[in-house]
Design a binder for this molecule. Structure first.
Ligand SMILES: CC(C)(COP(=O)(O)OP(=O)(O)OC[C@H]1O[C@@H](n2cnc3c(N)ncnc32)[C@H](O)[C@@H]1OP(=O)(O)O)[C@@H](O)C(=O)NCCC(=O)NCCS
Length: 165
């Protein structure tokens, strides 16, 4: 009989197949991209009473789409925006029921690897005040002062990926 596993790999019960946490790049306009947009809209925009605009979604054709899966279920997503030799990371979310199980941190590591593969020397984000400690735990450094974005205090946070960046 197969046993199910939690995100941390501990056995949790019976009657389920083994699942793994995986991360990959997904294609713009693919079914997974549609799921990713719905997930980040639900977590980032709905509480603010807003949605992604057509222009914002159209712009994503120029970006790198990242998704995290538990088995075949898409539960995390982020978007990488190449800016010269830097990479901006945005729209970082983990599904509510899966938060605080290291999925966000593992997705950071995956994003940093993708950024390095694209020759970025550093990666940065505009962190919501509520997420600053998450980035600190992932070794991002605060840069400058808080500023307003979408009516929420944000802080620029950066991580060097190569020495002398
Ligand atoms: C922020 C977010 C992506 C983190 O993902 P996650 O999978 O929950 O985070 P992890 O489990 O990898 O957490 C790693 C560490 O950061 C801490 N942490 C996670 N979310 C945090 C938060 N919002 N505030 C403070 N600390 C946080 C965890 O306690 C953990 O610490 P530990 O290693 O000492 O246990 C996720 O909580 C989320 O989607 N939040 C809502 C959307 C959001 O705010 N996105 C960021 C926009 S800038």
């Amino acid at each position: 009989m197969l046993k199910s596993q939690n995100a941390d790999g501990k056995n949790s019960g019976v009657f389920a197949t083994k699942k793994r946490m995986t991360f990959k790049e997904i294609a713009y306009k693919s079914q997974n991209w549609e799921k990713a947009v719905r997930l980040r809209e639900k977590i980032l925009r709905e509480p603010l009473g807003s949605r992604f605009t057509e222009a914002e979604l159209e712009e994503e054709k120029n970006h790198i789409q990242i998704a995290g899966f538990w088995g075949d279920e898409l539960l995390a997503t982020a978007v990488l925006v190449p800016e010269g030799n830097k990479m901006k990371m945005q729209r970082v979310v983990v599904a509510s029921a899966f938060q605080n199980r290291q999925m966000g941190s593992k997705m950071m590591q995956f994003c940093e690897k993708v950024a390095l593969d694209k020759n970025a020397v550093s990666i940065y984000c505009h962190a919501r005040d509520t997420a600053v400690n998450f980035y600190v735990k992932n070794h991002y450094e605060r840069e400058g002062d808080y500023f307003d974005e979408d009516g929420i205090p944000h802080l620029k946070m950066t991580k060097k990926l190569k020495q002398n960046a």
